[in-house]
Design a binder for this molecule. Sequence first.
Ligand SMILES: Cc1cc2nc3c(=O)[nH]c(=O)nc-3n(C[C@H](O)[C@H](O)[C@H](O)COP(=O)(O)OP(=O)(O)OC[C@H]3O[C@@H](n4cnc5c(N)ncnc54)[C@H](O)[C@@H]3O)c2cc1C
Length: 443
Amino acid sequence: MKGQNMLLKGAFWIGLYVMIAVLPLVVVAIGPTPPGREFWREFSVALGFAGLSMLAMQFIITARFSTVSAPYGLDVVLQFHRLISLVAFTFVLVHPIILFIIEPETIRLLNVFEAPWRARFAVLATLGLLVVVVTSLWRRRLGLSYEAWRAIHGWTAVAIVGFGLLHAIGVGHYLSLWWKQVLWAAMGFAVIFMLFYVRSLKPLVILRRKPWRVVSAEKLQGDSWAVRLEPDGHEGFRFIPGQFAWIKFGDSILYREHPFSISNSAEDERQVEFTIKEAGDFTERIGRHARPGTKAYIDGPRGVFSPDRFRAPGYVLVGGGIGISPLIGILRTLADRGFTGDLLLMYANKDEDSITYRDELERLESMLNLKVVHALNEPGDDWQGETGFIDREMLEKYLPEERDERGYFICGPPPMMNAVRDALVELDVPPDQIHMEYFQLVD
Ligand SMILES: Cc1cc2nc3c(=O)[nH]c(=O)nc-3n(C[C@H](O)[C@H](O)[C@H](O)COP(=O)(O)OP(=O)(O)OC[C@H]3O[C@@H](n4cnc5c(N)ncnc54)[C@H](O)[C@@H]3O)c2cc1C
Protein backbone atom coordinates (compact mmCIF):
# COMPACT_ATOMS: atom_id res chain seq x y z
CA MET A 1 0.00 0.00 0.00
CA LYS A 2 2.83 2.31 0.97
CA GLY A 3 4.62 1.53 -2.34
CA GLN A 4 1.41 2.21 -4.29
CA ASN A 5 0.95 5.48 -2.45
CA MET A 6 4.49 6.53 -3.35
CA LEU A 7 3.86 5.62 -6.99
CA LEU A 8 0.73 7.78 -7.01
CA LYS A 9 2.60 10.65 -5.36
CA GLY A 10 5.43 10.26 -7.86
CA ALA A 11 2.98 10.34 -10.78
CA PHE A 12 1.25 13.39 -9.25
CA TRP A 13 4.47 15.42 -9.08
CA ILE A 14 5.47 14.47 -12.64
CA GLY A 15 1.98 15.43 -13.87
CA LEU A 16 2.20 18.74 -12.02
CA TYR A 17 5.65 19.38 -13.50
CA VAL A 18 4.43 18.84 -17.07
CA MET A 19 1.39 21.06 -16.41
CA ILE A 20 3.52 23.91 -15.08
CA ALA A 21 6.00 23.53 -17.95
CA VAL A 22 3.25 24.00 -20.55
CA LEU A 23 1.27 26.56 -18.52
CA PRO A 24 3.12 29.54 -20.05
CA LEU A 25 2.03 28.40 -23.48
CA VAL A 26 -1.60 28.42 -22.37
CA VAL A 27 -1.18 31.81 -20.72
CA VAL A 28 0.46 33.44 -23.74
CA ALA A 29 -2.27 32.05 -25.99
CA ILE A 30 -4.94 33.93 -23.97
CA GLY A 31 -5.69 37.48 -25.09
CA PRO A 32 -4.18 39.42 -28.00
CA THR A 33 -1.45 37.68 -30.00
CA PRO A 34 0.50 39.15 -32.91
CA PRO A 35 -1.41 38.34 -36.11
CA GLY A 36 -0.16 36.45 -39.18
CA ARG A 37 2.92 34.85 -37.70
CA GLU A 38 4.22 31.68 -39.32
CA PHE A 39 4.39 28.30 -37.57
CA TRP A 40 8.17 28.26 -37.03
CA ARG A 41 8.18 31.66 -35.38
CA GLU A 42 5.41 30.60 -33.01
CA PHE A 43 7.17 27.31 -32.37
CA SER A 44 10.40 29.13 -31.53
CA VAL A 45 8.57 31.42 -29.08
CA ALA A 46 6.86 28.40 -27.49
CA LEU A 47 10.27 26.79 -26.93
CA GLY A 48 11.53 29.97 -25.31
CA PHE A 49 8.59 30.18 -22.89
CA ALA A 50 8.66 26.46 -22.04
CA GLY A 51 12.46 26.61 -21.52
CA LEU A 52 12.09 29.60 -19.21
CA SER A 53 9.37 27.98 -17.13
CA MET A 54 11.41 24.74 -16.84
CA LEU A 55 14.39 26.76 -15.64
CA ALA A 56 12.24 28.53 -13.06
CA MET A 57 10.97 25.20 -11.79
CA GLN A 58 14.52 24.01 -11.18
CA PHE A 59 14.45 26.15 -8.02
CA ILE A 60 11.44 24.27 -6.68
CA ILE A 61 12.92 20.88 -7.56
CA THR A 62 16.10 21.66 -5.62
CA ALA A 63 14.43 23.39 -2.67
CA ARG A 64 14.54 20.11 -0.68
CA PHE A 65 10.81 19.84 -0.11
CA SER A 66 10.48 16.37 1.42
CA THR A 67 7.08 15.79 -0.20
CA VAL A 68 8.58 16.33 -3.66
CA SER A 69 11.63 14.11 -3.16
CA ALA A 70 10.07 11.37 -0.99
CA PRO A 71 8.60 9.28 -3.83
CA TYR A 72 11.90 9.17 -5.73
CA GLY A 73 14.81 9.88 -3.40
CA LEU A 74 17.07 12.93 -3.51
CA ASP A 75 19.59 11.45 -5.94
CA VAL A 76 16.85 10.69 -8.50
CA VAL A 77 15.40 14.20 -8.07
CA LEU A 78 18.84 15.75 -8.62
CA GLN A 79 19.45 13.49 -11.61
CA PHE A 80 16.13 14.76 -13.02
CA HIS A 81 17.23 18.34 -12.24
CA ARG A 82 20.43 17.76 -14.24
CA LEU A 83 18.78 16.11 -17.24
CA ILE A 84 15.88 18.54 -17.43
CA SER A 85 18.30 21.48 -17.33
CA LEU A 86 19.90 20.12 -20.51
CA VAL A 87 16.47 19.87 -22.13
CA ALA A 88 15.64 23.45 -21.06
CA PHE A 89 19.06 24.61 -22.30
CA THR A 90 18.35 23.01 -25.70
CA PHE A 91 14.92 24.71 -25.88
CA VAL A 92 16.44 28.08 -25.04
CA LEU A 93 19.23 27.65 -27.62
CA VAL A 94 16.96 26.40 -30.39
CA HIS A 95 14.53 29.31 -29.77
CA PRO A 96 16.81 32.00 -31.37
CA ILE A 97 18.38 29.59 -33.87
CA ILE A 98 14.97 29.07 -35.50
CA LEU A 99 14.50 32.85 -35.65
CA PHE A 100 17.97 33.30 -37.22
CA ILE A 101 17.04 30.73 -39.88
CA ILE A 102 13.62 32.15 -40.79
CA GLU A 103 14.76 35.78 -40.51
CA PRO A 104 18.56 35.91 -40.99
CA GLU A 105 18.81 39.65 -40.29
CA THR A 106 17.91 39.00 -36.64
CA ILE A 107 21.48 37.68 -36.18
CA ARG A 108 22.55 41.29 -35.74
CA LEU A 109 20.76 41.20 -32.37
CA LEU A 110 23.73 39.20 -31.11
CA ASN A 111 25.81 42.36 -31.27
CA VAL A 112 25.24 43.35 -27.66
CA PHE A 113 26.83 46.78 -28.15
CA GLU A 114 24.15 47.89 -30.59
CA ALA A 115 21.26 45.55 -29.90
CA PRO A 116 18.22 46.75 -27.91
CA TRP A 117 18.06 45.77 -24.22
CA ARG A 118 15.53 43.00 -24.79
CA ALA A 119 18.09 41.23 -27.01
CA ARG A 120 20.94 41.94 -24.59
CA PHE A 121 18.95 40.25 -21.82
CA ALA A 122 18.50 37.18 -24.03
CA VAL A 123 22.24 37.00 -24.75
CA LEU A 124 23.07 37.41 -21.05
CA ALA A 125 20.58 34.68 -20.05
CA THR A 126 22.04 32.29 -22.64
CA LEU A 127 25.62 33.01 -21.54
CA GLY A 128 24.57 32.41 -17.93
CA LEU A 129 23.04 29.11 -18.92
CA LEU A 130 26.26 28.15 -20.65
CA VAL A 131 28.21 28.96 -17.46
CA VAL A 132 25.85 26.81 -15.35
CA VAL A 133 25.98 23.85 -17.73
CA VAL A 134 29.77 23.94 -18.24
CA THR A 135 30.60 24.37 -14.52
CA SER A 136 28.18 21.58 -13.59
CA LEU A 137 29.38 19.07 -16.17
CA TRP A 138 33.10 19.76 -15.72
CA ARG A 139 33.40 21.09 -12.16
CA ARG A 140 36.35 18.89 -11.22
CA ARG A 141 38.21 19.46 -14.48
CA LEU A 142 37.81 23.21 -13.96
CA GLY A 143 39.28 22.79 -10.46
CA LEU A 144 36.20 24.32 -8.80
CA SER A 145 35.55 23.39 -5.17
CA TYR A 146 32.03 22.21 -4.34
CA GLU A 147 31.34 25.43 -2.43
CA ALA A 148 32.56 27.70 -5.26
CA TRP A 149 30.50 25.72 -7.75
CA ARG A 150 27.40 25.93 -5.52
CA ALA A 151 27.70 29.72 -5.22
CA ILE A 152 28.22 30.20 -8.98
CA HIS A 153 25.38 27.79 -9.72
CA GLY A 154 22.81 29.45 -7.46
CA TRP A 155 23.45 33.07 -8.33
CA THR A 156 23.91 32.52 -12.06
CA ALA A 157 20.64 30.57 -12.08
CA VAL A 158 18.81 33.53 -10.53
CA ALA A 159 20.39 35.84 -13.12
CA ILE A 160 19.33 33.53 -15.98
CA VAL A 161 15.68 33.52 -14.95
CA GLY A 162 15.77 37.27 -14.28
CA PHE A 163 17.30 38.08 -17.68
CA GLY A 164 14.98 35.58 -19.38
CA LEU A 165 11.94 37.30 -17.88
CA LEU A 166 13.22 40.75 -18.80
CA HIS A 167 13.75 39.52 -22.36
CA ALA A 168 10.20 38.09 -22.57
CA ILE A 169 8.64 41.23 -21.08
CA GLY A 170 10.86 43.43 -23.28
CA VAL A 171 9.78 41.67 -26.49
CA GLY A 172 6.24 41.89 -25.18
CA HIS A 173 4.43 40.30 -28.13
CA TYR A 174 2.65 37.85 -25.90
CA LEU A 175 2.83 39.71 -22.63
CA SER A 176 1.16 42.98 -23.49
CA LEU A 177 -1.63 42.47 -20.95
CA TRP A 178 -0.75 43.81 -17.49
CA TRP A 179 -1.85 40.65 -15.67
CA LYS A 180 0.50 38.54 -17.76
CA GLN A 181 3.39 40.79 -16.83
CA VAL A 182 2.39 40.54 -13.15
CA LEU A 183 2.15 36.76 -13.45
CA TRP A 184 5.62 36.42 -14.93
CA ALA A 185 7.14 38.89 -12.50
CA ALA A 186 5.54 36.91 -9.64
CA MET A 187 7.17 33.78 -11.02
CA GLY A 188 10.53 35.57 -11.00
CA PHE A 189 10.11 36.63 -7.38
CA ALA A 190 8.94 33.15 -6.36
CA VAL A 191 12.11 31.71 -7.87
CA ILE A 192 14.37 34.14 -6.07
CA PHE A 193 12.47 33.56 -2.84
CA MET A 194 12.95 29.81 -3.19
CA LEU A 195 16.73 30.23 -3.36
CA PHE A 196 16.67 32.70 -0.48
CA TYR A 197 14.56 30.21 1.52
CA VAL A 198 16.93 27.27 1.02
CA ARG A 199 20.20 29.15 1.34
CA SER A 200 19.36 31.80 3.94
CA LEU A 201 15.92 31.76 5.56
CA LYS A 202 15.93 28.06 6.44
CA PRO A 203 19.49 27.83 7.82
CA LEU A 204 19.57 31.22 9.51
CA VAL A 205 16.05 31.38 10.92
CA ILE A 206 14.21 28.06 10.88
CA LEU A 207 17.08 25.65 11.71
CA ARG A 208 18.52 28.08 14.25
CA ARG A 209 15.47 27.60 16.42
CA LYS A 210 16.47 23.96 16.92
CA PRO A 211 20.20 23.76 17.59
CA TRP A 212 22.06 20.55 18.35
CA ARG A 213 25.24 19.98 20.32
CA VAL A 214 28.10 17.56 19.68
CA VAL A 215 28.28 15.04 22.51
CA SER A 216 31.26 13.02 21.29
CA ALA A 217 33.52 12.55 18.28
CA GLU A 218 35.37 9.26 18.25
CA LYS A 219 38.01 8.27 15.72
CA LEU A 220 37.23 4.88 14.15
CA GLN A 221 39.17 2.43 12.06
CA GLY A 222 39.14 3.29 8.34
CA ASP A 223 39.87 7.06 8.65
CA SER A 224 36.33 7.66 9.89
CA TRP A 225 34.74 9.41 12.85
CA ALA A 226 31.59 8.64 14.79
CA VAL A 227 30.05 12.00 15.68
CA ARG A 228 27.18 11.96 18.18
CA LEU A 229 24.83 14.90 18.69
CA GLU A 230 21.90 15.64 20.92
CA PRO A 231 19.17 18.26 20.65
CA ASP A 232 19.82 21.45 22.59
CA GLY A 233 16.57 22.58 24.18
CA HIS A 234 14.12 20.75 21.93
CA GLU A 235 12.82 17.25 21.25
CA GLY A 236 15.05 16.40 18.26
CA PHE A 237 13.44 14.34 15.53
CA ARG A 238 12.35 10.82 14.70
CA PHE A 239 13.97 9.16 11.70
CA ILE A 240 13.82 5.83 9.95
CA PRO A 241 16.97 3.70 9.49
CA GLY A 242 19.07 4.57 6.42
CA GLN A 243 18.03 8.24 6.22
CA PHE A 244 20.48 11.14 6.05
CA ALA A 245 20.56 14.78 7.08
CA TRP A 246 22.36 17.99 6.13
CA ILE A 247 24.64 19.17 8.93
CA LYS A 248 26.35 22.43 9.62
CA PHE A 249 28.81 22.51 12.49
CA GLY A 250 29.57 25.71 14.41
CA ASP A 251 27.69 28.92 14.90
CA SER A 252 29.15 31.01 12.09
CA ILE A 253 26.80 32.82 9.78
CA LEU A 254 28.80 31.38 6.89
CA TYR A 255 26.70 28.65 5.50
CA ARG A 256 28.46 25.37 4.83
CA GLU A 257 26.42 22.22 5.19
CA HIS A 258 27.16 18.64 4.21
CA PRO A 259 24.93 15.59 3.89
CA PHE A 260 25.68 12.54 6.07
CA SER A 261 23.75 9.33 6.70
CA ILE A 262 22.42 8.72 10.19
CA SER A 263 24.27 5.69 11.52
CA ASN A 264 22.73 5.08 14.94
CA SER A 265 19.62 3.07 15.66
CA ALA A 266 16.33 4.74 14.78
CA GLU A 267 15.14 3.44 18.14
CA ASP A 268 17.50 5.87 19.92
CA GLU A 269 15.12 8.49 21.19
CA ARG A 270 17.39 11.40 21.89
CA GLN A 271 20.59 11.31 19.86
CA VAL A 272 21.79 11.05 16.29
CA GLU A 273 25.14 9.71 15.16
CA PHE A 274 26.95 10.22 11.88
CA THR A 275 29.89 8.19 10.62
CA ILE A 276 32.08 10.55 8.65
CA LYS A 277 35.04 9.58 6.49
CA GLU A 278 38.01 11.90 6.09
CA ALA A 279 37.58 12.48 2.36
CA GLY A 280 38.06 16.14 1.44
CA ASP A 281 38.79 19.63 2.73
CA PHE A 282 35.88 19.66 5.19
CA THR A 283 35.77 16.04 6.35
CA GLU A 284 39.56 15.81 6.77
CA ARG A 285 39.17 18.27 9.64
CA ILE A 286 36.01 16.73 11.07
CA GLY A 287 37.78 16.09 14.38
CA ARG A 288 38.23 19.86 14.74
CA HIS A 289 34.82 20.90 13.32
CA ALA A 290 32.95 18.52 15.62
CA ARG A 291 34.64 18.99 19.02
CA PRO A 292 32.37 17.97 21.92
CA GLY A 293 30.22 20.93 22.93
CA THR A 294 30.18 22.45 19.41
CA LYS A 295 26.81 23.74 18.25
CA ALA A 296 25.38 22.23 15.07
CA TYR A 297 22.32 22.60 12.86
CA ILE A 298 20.65 19.63 11.26
CA ASP A 299 18.30 19.79 8.29
CA GLY A 300 16.63 16.42 8.19
CA PRO A 301 15.85 13.60 8.35
CA ARG A 302 15.69 12.99 4.61
CA GLY A 303 15.83 10.19 2.10
CA VAL A 304 14.05 6.99 1.22
CA PHE A 305 16.94 4.51 1.46
CA SER A 306 15.29 2.53 4.22
CA PRO A 307 13.87 -0.93 4.91
CA ASP A 308 11.01 0.88 6.66
CA ARG A 309 9.91 2.14 3.23
CA PHE A 310 10.47 -1.15 1.43
CA ARG A 311 9.60 -3.95 3.84
CA ALA A 312 10.76 -7.51 3.14
CA PRO A 313 11.14 -10.72 5.14
CA GLY A 314 14.94 -10.37 4.92
CA TYR A 315 17.53 -7.97 3.57
CA VAL A 316 20.77 -8.04 1.62
CA LEU A 317 23.02 -5.07 2.31
CA VAL A 318 26.00 -4.35 0.08
CA GLY A 319 28.46 -1.68 1.21
CA GLY A 320 31.77 -0.29 0.05
CA GLY A 321 34.01 1.83 2.31
CA ILE A 322 32.07 4.60 4.05
CA GLY A 323 28.92 3.26 2.39
CA ILE A 324 28.67 1.22 5.60
CA SER A 325 27.31 4.26 7.41
CA PRO A 326 23.58 3.98 6.53
CA LEU A 327 23.90 0.16 6.55
CA ILE A 328 25.21 0.02 10.13
CA GLY A 329 22.29 2.29 11.09
CA ILE A 330 19.90 -0.21 9.49
CA LEU A 331 21.53 -3.18 11.27
CA ARG A 332 21.61 -1.41 14.64
CA THR A 333 17.91 -0.57 14.29
CA LEU A 334 16.97 -4.11 13.28
CA ALA A 335 18.93 -5.44 16.28
CA ASP A 336 17.10 -3.06 18.64
CA ARG A 337 13.78 -4.16 17.16
CA GLY A 338 14.61 -7.87 17.58
CA PHE A 339 14.29 -8.51 13.82
CA THR A 340 14.40 -12.28 13.12
CA GLY A 341 14.52 -12.33 9.29
CA ASP A 342 17.71 -13.35 7.50
CA LEU A 343 20.28 -10.67 6.81
CA LEU A 344 23.37 -10.65 4.63
CA LEU A 345 25.95 -7.84 4.64
CA MET A 346 28.60 -7.88 1.92
CA TYR A 347 31.17 -5.25 2.78
CA ALA A 348 34.02 -4.27 0.45
CA ASN A 349 37.14 -2.45 1.60
CA LYS A 350 40.68 -1.85 0.45
CA ASP A 351 42.45 -3.71 3.25
CA GLU A 352 41.85 -4.87 6.81
CA ASP A 353 42.82 -1.49 8.28
CA SER A 354 40.05 0.18 6.25
CA ILE A 355 37.23 -1.88 7.74
CA THR A 356 35.06 0.38 9.88
CA TYR A 357 32.89 -1.23 12.60
CA ARG A 358 34.53 -4.67 12.24
CA ASP A 359 34.10 -5.60 15.93
CA GLU A 360 30.59 -4.24 16.11
CA LEU A 361 29.58 -6.21 13.02
CA GLU A 362 30.81 -9.37 14.75
CA ARG A 363 28.66 -8.46 17.74
CA LEU A 364 25.66 -7.83 15.50
CA GLU A 365 26.20 -11.24 13.85
CA SER A 366 25.69 -12.85 17.25
CA MET A 367 22.54 -10.80 17.95
CA LEU A 368 20.81 -11.04 14.55
CA ASN A 369 20.26 -13.73 11.93
CA LEU A 370 23.10 -11.97 10.06
CA LYS A 371 26.01 -13.14 7.94
CA VAL A 372 28.79 -10.63 7.27
CA VAL A 373 31.05 -11.22 4.27
CA HIS A 374 34.13 -9.02 4.04
CA ALA A 375 35.79 -8.59 0.65
CA LEU A 376 39.21 -6.95 0.42
CA ASN A 377 40.91 -5.52 -2.61
CA GLU A 378 44.40 -5.54 -1.16
CA PRO A 379 44.32 -8.37 1.40
CA GLY A 380 47.27 -9.19 3.62
CA ASP A 381 48.97 -12.60 3.41
CA ASP A 382 46.98 -14.07 6.29
CA TRP A 383 43.54 -12.90 5.05
CA GLN A 384 41.04 -15.77 5.06
CA GLY A 385 38.01 -13.97 3.60
CA GLU A 386 36.90 -12.98 0.12
CA THR A 387 39.18 -10.96 -2.15
CA GLY A 388 38.56 -8.62 -5.07
CA PHE A 389 35.41 -6.75 -6.07
CA ILE A 390 31.93 -7.87 -5.12
CA ASP A 391 30.86 -9.34 -8.44
CA ARG A 392 28.18 -11.63 -9.77
CA GLU A 393 30.07 -14.77 -8.78
CA MET A 394 30.58 -13.60 -5.19
CA LEU A 395 26.94 -12.51 -4.90
CA GLU A 396 25.69 -15.82 -6.26
CA LYS A 397 27.76 -17.64 -3.64
CA TYR A 398 26.11 -15.87 -0.70
CA LEU A 399 22.62 -14.71 -1.80
CA PRO A 400 19.77 -16.51 -0.04
CA GLU A 401 17.66 -19.03 -1.96
CA GLU A 402 14.61 -16.74 -1.95
CA ARG A 403 16.58 -13.91 -3.46
CA ASP A 404 13.55 -12.47 -5.29
CA GLU A 405 11.81 -11.89 -1.95
CA ARG A 406 14.58 -9.93 -0.25
CA GLY A 407 15.09 -6.16 -0.07
CA TYR A 408 18.49 -4.99 -1.36
CA PHE A 409 20.29 -1.87 -0.13
CA ILE A 410 23.53 -0.81 -1.81
CA CYS A 411 25.80 2.06 -0.77
CA GLY A 412 29.41 2.65 -1.76
CA PRO A 413 31.50 4.07 -4.60
CA PRO A 414 29.21 4.62 -7.64
CA PRO A 415 31.03 2.16 -9.98
CA MET A 416 30.69 -0.56 -7.34
CA MET A 417 27.01 0.24 -6.78
CA ASN A 418 26.21 0.14 -10.48
CA ALA A 419 28.13 -3.13 -11.00
CA VAL A 420 26.40 -4.79 -8.03
CA ARG A 421 22.96 -3.62 -9.20
CA ASP A 422 23.60 -5.00 -12.72
CA ALA A 423 24.85 -8.30 -11.30
CA LEU A 424 21.78 -8.60 -9.05
CA VAL A 425 19.45 -7.97 -11.98
CA GLU A 426 21.32 -10.66 -13.95
CA LEU A 427 20.75 -12.95 -10.97
CA ASP A 428 16.98 -12.41 -11.32
CA VAL A 429 16.54 -9.96 -8.45
CA PRO A 430 13.56 -7.73 -9.37
CA PRO A 431 14.96 -4.21 -10.01
CA ASP A 432 12.28 -2.56 -7.84
CA GLN A 433 13.67 -4.42 -4.82
CA ILE A 434 17.12 -2.85 -5.29
CA HIS A 435 17.67 0.47 -3.51
CA MET A 436 20.79 2.59 -3.75
CA GLU A 437 22.12 5.66 -1.91
CA TYR A 438 24.62 7.72 -3.90
CA PHE A 439 26.99 9.82 -1.80
CA GLN A 440 27.94 11.97 -4.78
CA LEU A 441 25.18 14.40 -5.69
CA VAL A 442 27.28 16.35 -8.19
CA ASP A 443 30.51 15.61 -10.03
C1 LIG B 1 22.81 11.36 0.78
C2 LIG B 1 24.26 11.41 1.19
C3 LIG B 1 24.69 10.75 2.33
C4 LIG B 1 26.04 10.78 2.70
N1 LIG B 1 26.43 10.12 3.81
C5 LIG B 1 27.73 10.15 4.17
C6 LIG B 1 28.17 9.48 5.35
O1 LIG B 1 27.39 8.89 6.09
N2 LIG B 1 29.48 9.53 5.66
C7 LIG B 1 30.39 10.19 4.88
O2 LIG B 1 31.58 10.22 5.23
N3 LIG B 1 30.01 10.82 3.74
C8 LIG B 1 28.70 10.83 3.38
N4 LIG B 1 28.31 11.50 2.26
C9 LIG B 1 29.33 12.19 1.45
C10 LIG B 1 29.70 13.50 2.11
O3 LIG B 1 28.61 14.41 2.08
C11 LIG B 1 30.89 14.14 1.37
O4 LIG B 1 31.95 13.23 1.39
C12 LIG B 1 31.33 15.38 2.03
O5 LIG B 1 30.35 16.38 1.92
C13 LIG B 1 32.63 15.81 1.39
O6 LIG B 1 32.98 17.09 1.78
P1 LIG B 1 34.49 17.57 1.76
O7 LIG B 1 34.48 19.07 1.71
O8 LIG B 1 35.26 16.95 2.85
O9 LIG B 1 35.08 16.94 0.44
P2 LIG B 1 35.28 17.57 -0.97
O10 LIG B 1 36.56 17.03 -1.53
O11 LIG B 1 35.08 19.05 -0.98
O12 LIG B 1 34.09 16.92 -1.75
C14 LIG B 1 34.10 15.58 -2.17
C15 LIG B 1 32.77 15.34 -2.89
O13 LIG B 1 31.71 15.37 -1.90
C16 LIG B 1 30.58 16.07 -2.43
N5 LIG B 1 30.33 17.23 -1.57
C17 LIG B 1 31.23 18.08 -1.02
N6 LIG B 1 30.64 19.02 -0.28
C18 LIG B 1 29.34 18.75 -0.36
C19 LIG B 1 28.18 19.38 0.18
N7 LIG B 1 28.27 20.45 0.96
N8 LIG B 1 26.97 18.86 -0.14
C20 LIG B 1 26.86 17.78 -0.93
N9 LIG B 1 27.91 17.13 -1.46
C21 LIG B 1 29.12 17.63 -1.19
C22 LIG B 1 30.91 16.46 -3.85
O14 LIG B 1 30.44 15.43 -4.70
C23 LIG B 1 32.41 16.46 -3.88
O15 LIG B 1 32.93 16.17 -5.13
C24 LIG B 1 26.97 11.49 1.89
C25 LIG B 1 26.54 12.17 0.76
C26 LIG B 1 25.20 12.12 0.41
C27 LIG B 1 24.76 12.87 -0.81
